[in-house]
Design a protein around this ligand. Structure first.
Ligand code: FE
Length: 197
């Protein structure tokens, strides 16, 4: 397959999957996993504009948003040393490492609201996948594993992630903040950047 057709092929296959599997999270994840694996096994298709980093903030470039908001595909671009807060997603997501490396630490939240580290920090290398979801573990903190280079992972979510209302956790204080991530790029803002009425 040539580089130009990889993204289109992925989007077409994901659309067919959403058409046939409806909202069944497990079947969508099972069907999307090999598609994501194939996408991030080749690093020859991401347009340069979608690989742009920012000196201060990690970037979330929307690559494609399903018009029915059944899924979205985002290019996450980490500048050297950049890191997320501890956050959740509230929809399923598949993370695929495309370039460089990132580290992810999962957390569980107890009945008292306290966060506990869940296992050791995992490191993703190009071609590796990670899965998040409310049923499989949804809270983590992610950082660029590289202190001196950009890293890029491709994220597939089971919704229009840029306008999903989700949470940031501050373990030191126990605070939970609502947040909506938006997207770093301004593609089709009337469709994708405006919160639902
Ligand atoms: Fe995340």
């Amino acid at each position: 397959m040539n580089a130009e057709s990889r993204l289109l092929t992925f989007v077409a296959a994901m659309t067919r999957l959403a058409d046939t599997q409806g909202g069944d999270e497990d079947r969508l994840i099972d069907g999307a996993t090999p598609l994501m694996k194939d996408l991030v096994t080749h690093d020859d298709w991401l347009p340069a504009a979608m690989a742009a980093s920012h000196p201060q903030y990690y970037q979330q470039h929307l690559l494609y948003g399903d018009p029915l908001e059944r899924f979205s595909l985002v290019s996450f671009v980490w500048g050297p040393g950049q890191k997320t807060p501890i956050h959740d997603h509230t929809v399923w997501g598949i993370i695929g490492m495309l370039r460089g490396s990132e580290c992810a630490q999962r957390y569980t939240r107890g009945g008292d609201g306290r966060l506990t580290q869940d296992g050791a920090e995992a490191t993703l290398q190009p071609g590796d996948l990670d899965i998040v979801s409310p049923t499989r573990g949804d809270i983590h903190v992610v950082r660029n594993a590289l202190a001196d280079a950009v890293s890029i992972s491709i994220h597939l979510y089971g919704g229009n992630i840029g306008r999903v209302s989700r949470h940031i956790f501050v373990p030191e204080t126990g605070a939970i903040k609502d947040f909506v991530s938006g997207y770093s790029n301004a593609l089709a803002p009337n469709l994708w950047a405006t919160p639902s009425a």
